[in-house]
Design a protein around this ligand. Sequence first.
Ligand code: AMP
Length: 194
Amino acid sequence: MQIPKEEKTYVMIKPDGVRKGLIGEIIRRMEQRDLKIVALEMFQPSREQMDKHYPKDEKWLRRIGERTQATYTKYDHDIKRDFGTADPLRVGKTVRKWLIDYMSSAPLVKMAVQGVHAVDMVRKIVGDTMPYLADMGTIRGDYSADSAISANIEHRAIFNLIHASETPQEARHEIEHWFGKKNIFKYKRFGIDE
Ligand code: AMP
């Protein structure tokens, strides 16, 4: 199989990114790194659409629960106080519900982004999932300061401005889910593609 020179990834500007007026800044930072926007739209998803977006498998839910548990251990906080349980699977399910509530509550901007190692490039530009840990110079590091603890006390998802696919397989699934097969554009940029 021939390895393609470029890959595509899926990016969503979350309600906090839209409400902070960061749409232009986020797109600028990606284009600055030679990433090409090949699909773009503002929309407000339904709960059903968001439910199909986030994985449902036990492995994913446990991973979220275990990560949350690790944060609580690190800062010596009581996970049972915020979640009523310490079971990673149940914690993961609760966080997933908060994500769906949040992402379907206001307009988002969705896009497909193409480039060399686009998945890893975009995650580097975006920064760590936890904004308070994200390096300065990344979008989350420069524009947000939220954490799992503050989000969980308020029973909500983390306000981390952007969603970006974690792997090329996840990107393919998400691009097809949000744009279908046909709505991706092809064009050449001056000085980059020719
Ligand atoms: P995203 O795929 O960018 O929409 O973000 C999903 C990720 O955010 C999950 O993998 C979780 O690790 C994390 N996350 C969001 N909200 C919370 C929360 N309240 N507690 C713990 N983790 C969270």
